[in-house]
Design a protein around this ligand. Structure first.
Ligand SMILES: [Zn+2]
Ligand SMILES: [Zn+2]
Length: 449
């Protein structure tokens, strides 16, 4: 996931809930001091996590080939004193894994996703080593608190391969039922611009389009040919015309991958393109895909070529759960040394105008957010020498520093604080789930909010 195109957007107010605007008593986070206990615990882990963070950073592996990271992370989880049940190569993927801490008493199941993959040729230019660090720290701290205070429930850490690209590992985990029985899913993502618990990303899909015509000599008997390149050009023009009437947030990218060859004296028998589509929501994306498909069919109709359209569903938009986000923001602001930039206010009953961070890129955590309540917290790390954003060589340097690591630990503390809130605050999980149901109803509306 990248963080380019970031803007803060105030959204329409929603129904209030008591726990989003806690009373002073509720602010005392259950038995007071859970958060400071989490802080102390994660600080004590720092020297064990730093080499792990560096190892992942210095051994970048691309999507679904995170063999070294998989080994290092599962070894680390096995080495912990809390009794974690660690399953390597889980859910039919060599580099997916799951670690479960079960209190033995029925209660909420809280989960954290651990991303591991890097970018081809760019190393950890998306900082997924920091995501891994934050989630592992959070998972361990949550389990430690559960053990010490005999809290019911369980913690799951999912090693989720292949976030970069368009066939996310989390989607495969969802298909395999990994999140069945999971109550919440927490994750984070580094950037350089902002700290936010209310992150919205775009929905993304990809069309591979091929036209099949009939070859003929372009001078002797062109009337016997069917020009596949003409079909593609007509479709390209139709898509270009459609671009005027798209909705805010819609993005249509086209690349011609087969122009039919170099010959000018032949009717081109084959032509192909790839089309990448983004929209503010999965519902809107469905509409956009239908419109663009129509353009491609139009090229075929106009020329008599046959068209083959292969749709690769990409990622859904991320719908942040604002009840969980409020908990995360409270923890973030209660931890000492709050870094810049300040986190936008969490949603409250009075203001009722949550500020979403809209990020013009996509993540498979979006698909998870349609299955279980989710937070994908953005956090700012000190920029590299050139101030480069994610997916730049500069950000790959920035994500390997000790300062970035310390920031990830801070995120881990706030994520653990959120999970412990869910485990300890009566009625909070019900509030979270009620909000998620409202969000899923809203998500059926394709108009951008
Ligand atoms: Zn990325
Ligand atoms: Zn990323």
């Amino acid at each position: 996931m990248e963080e380019d195109g970031f803007v803060l957007v105030a959204n329409k107010g929603e129904e209030c809930c008591s726990l989003m605007n806690p009373t002073p008593e509720q602010h005392q986070e259950g038995p007071a001091g859970y958060l400071s206990e989490i802080g102390t615990f994660i600080d004590s882990l720092a020297e064990a996590l730093w080499p792990l963070n560096r190892f992942i950073h210095d051994n970048p592996e691309i999507a679904f080939q995170e063999y070294k990271a998989h080994q290092a992370l599962t070894d680390f989880m096995r080495s912990r004193q809390e009794t974690w049940k660690v399953t390597p190569s889980a859910y039919g993927m060599e580099t997916a894994w799951v670690a479960v801490y079960d209190s033995g008493k029925p209660g909420p199941a809280v989960s954290f996703n651990v991303e591991m993959d890097a970018l081809p040729g760019l190393g950890h230019a998306c900082g997924h080593n920091l995501i891994a660090t934050a989630s592992v720290a959070a998972g361990l701290a949550t389990a430690a608190l559960m053990r010490r205070h005999r809290l019911p429930g369980k913690v799951l850490l999912f090693g989720t391969p292949g976030e970069e690209g368009y066939r996310g590992g989390k989607i495969r985990l969802l298909e395999q039922g990994a999140y069945a029985g999971v109550d919440i899913s927490l994750i984070s993502h580094p950037g350089i611009l902002h700290n936010s618990a209310l992150v919205r990303t775009t929905a993304f899909a990809r069309l591979e389009v091929t036209y099949f015509g009939r070859a003929a000599h372009a001078a002797k008997n062109p009337w016997e040919g069917i020009n596949a390149l003409d079909a593609l050009v007509v479709a390209y023009t139709a898509v270009a015309a459609l671009r005027q009437q798209t909705m805010p947030g819609d993005v249509i990218g086209l690349a011609i991958t087969d122009g039919g060859g170099d010959a000018t004296n032949a009717i081109h028998a084959r032509a192909a393109c790839v089309c990448a589509l983004r929209a503010a929501s999965a519902a809107r994306l469905e509409q956009l895909v239908a419109r663009v498909r129509g353009c491609f069919r139009g090229g075929a109709e106009a020329t008599g070529a046959r068209v083959e359209i292969i749709l690769t569903p990409g990622y859904k938009d991320h719908v942040p759960n604002r009840v969980l986000a409020a908990s995360y923001a409270r923890c973030w602001n209660q931890l000492p040394d709050v870094p810049d930039p300040p986190m936008p206010s969490p949603p409250t009953c009075g203001a009722a105008e949550p500020q979403f961070a809209r990020i013009a890129s996509s993540t498979d955590q979006g698909d998870v957010s349609y299955a279980v309540p989710s937070v994908n917290a953005s956090f700012a790390i000190p920029p590299g020498p050139r101030g480069g954003q994610p997916h730049s060589a500069d950000f790959a340097i920035a994500s390997g520093t000790r300062e970035a690591f310390e920031r990830a630990l801070r995120v881990g503390k706030a994520l653990a604080g959120t999970a412990v809130d869910v485990l300890t605050k009566e009625g909070l999980l019900e509030e979270v789930k009620a909000q998620w149901k409202r969000d899923m109803e809203d998500a059926k509306n394709p108009s951008p909010s």
